[in-house]
Design a protein around this ligand. Sequence first.
Ligand code: MG
Length: 383
Amino acid sequence: MRIKGLRLWRVALPLRERWRTGASEETEIESVVVGLQTDTGVGWGETAPHRAPLYSPEWARGVFHLLAEELGPRLLGADLATGEELQECLRPYKGNRFAKAGLDLALWDALARADGQPVWRRIGGRPDPVAVGADLGVVDSERELLAAVERFVEEGFERVKLKVRPGWGAGPVRAVRRAFPELVLHADGNSSFTLRDMRLFRELDELGLAMIEQPLQHDDLLGHARLQQILQTPICLDESINGPERARHALELGACRWVNIKVARVGGLTPALEVHRLCREAGVPMWMGSMLESALGQAPSLAMATLPGMDYPSDLFPSSRFLAAELAEPELALSAPSRMLPPEGPGFGFLPRPGPLLAYGRETVALGEVDAFAAWSPESLQP
Ligand code: MG
């Protein structure tokens, strides 16, 4: 498949309400949408590192310009049959996984669309509905927290994830555990703590949590390995797993007993499948995360969630849960309480809509031959 051109959009999708974690606060989700024009059609990808480097070292404006000025031009004219070939083409560029993911995902989408096949089937996934959980950001009061968790339980969610924030202690998580003794529950530290916070970890360790997610800094594998030796509760790594090499190191060090895979964070579907293979070999179970991005960005995680070894409800959300406006169609929705169905459509199963790209686009650029995007140019979208 020959790469003829690409068009990039940096977009900022508004959230229904402010999203707070231990590390950041967002009112909109910044992402980069990639449209890849090939000699057989168009493939789409979305990568959402967010506005500032608060989740990972990457950020949306940086990703947009790196794609426009370096990675995109390198792919123009290339003849690529697989994600591995694309990753090989980009190998000279160090790190920058979110940027590489935009191209990797668009290629996978184009390849599967050319065959008229859903990506999840192409990678050996099962057609069954996948389990998804409920997430809650940092909220202001214990009353608000308990009311939200009660709503999730009534809606049939089988697990709930809470954020923990420096300075708050284990109190809010303990309150939820007291009110819901049987609930499958876990806490996410979003890399905001250090080993000096041992008192908090010991308190959380008493609460029968399914796991403690990413308590320490994103680059502290040794710290996580040491902490895992002390705690009964399994540690799940999220931010730390930025690609297959880091996953291998974490598994060898015993730094975690669960892995949360986010497709864009590890560099696309190609490296995500490699992380999946390494975890399966090591006997470490996984689940899928997402970045609160649109259906286009969540679709690769939904495809991965259909694979064996995904043994915990994933962070996949209906479009209406966090977003005030969906970029893609169809909207992402639950198929049953706590369940989501992999789409039957070709590729990842979702397409961006021109209107939202214009309304929420902050910048766009075209490289090479982009005839397929004539209808998507800002000029043609003017009302
Ligand atoms: Mg997390």
